[in-house]
Design a protein around this ligand. Sequence first.
Ligand code: 13P
Ligand code: SF4
Length: 370
Amino acid sequence: MPIAGIYGPEDFGSPVHGHPAAQARSRVTAGERARALPVPSLEWTPEVERNTAHLYQRVKKVISPAEWPFMAPYVQAINELKKTRDAVILAHNYQTPEIFHCVADIGGDSLQLAIEATKVKSSIIVQCGVHFMAETSKLLNPHKTVLIPDQRAGCSLASSITGADVRLLRERFPGVPVVAYVNTSADVKAEVDICCTSSNAVEVVESLGAPSVIFLPDQYLAKYVASKTSVKIIAWKGACEVHERFTGDELRAYREADPSVQIIAHPECPPDVLAEADFTGSTAHMINWVRSNRPKRVVMITECSMADNVRAELPGVEMVRPCNLCPHMKRITLPKILDSLIYLREEVTVDPVIAERARRSVERMINLKN
Ligand code: 13P
Ligand code: SF4
């Protein structure tokens, strides 16, 4: 069904929202210094080489032998400090291979990370991903310390809408239930009925049993959902700055160059892009599709580190690699993860009143899944 309408801040006279990434990175505070552990040696020694050799095996297809000596000392130090701090590292599929395959304890898409966050036993969670993911982990673990190596790791979708916008949408469409993509702030999650991810968006919309649903903030994911359901979808004008850059022409060019190539795309892409794809799915669905279909050559129309992570795991599959990087995901680096563990920074907090309501929206989604 075609989408019923797409709204944005200007439809309510609100200013266009700024990006959280514009904030400055904070310095190490006196409090962080007081609880710091000693900075470990970051020398490339024969011992470090030996201790990290099994991890290099995992990434040798995508990280050259010349790069590894710069990464391995951090990898070893992070893995040791995780034990000292009783910390667990959760990493999104868009993290670079040295993070995803060498220091993360759990990797996955937004839904998997949200579910895993409910099962964590360690007292500290280090979220290698963007701010809304760390906030979701905090919502589900209010008594644990949740750290993000760089608070500026934002998201163009999360910054496109505020809780006040949701209240205005509810006034405009009284009684219509609201679904929020997890790529939103806790402030927005607190105002909605239920969350979804790109793995379960259609299922969540249909679970409400309503003829119309407000779906925010991604207009392209909303269009994708509308194409799969008879529920009338009212959308918001947000977009992912990584996926909206792909074009149908680009995909046609890949196919003309090699008609046997398989093209798989994320539903945050515009409809003309999805129309050219052989398969559409969340990051986890895309990875599973490659694992089970083992295509000879595949183009992954999504953030480009994911292709590296899949290539490290499945060296027999050739990746044609359009490289659209998410600048926010790329703020997370090995040195910043190490800093997180040494200084216990940067801590993610959510106002308890907002957290209580936002948690309900995330838990409703998770309970639907189980
Ligand atoms: P998923 O991992 O849920 O597919 O989301 C992709 C994304 O862009 C997350 O920021
Ligand atoms: Fe947000 Fe897009 Fe980056 Fe995902 S890839 S974090 S949706 S900007």
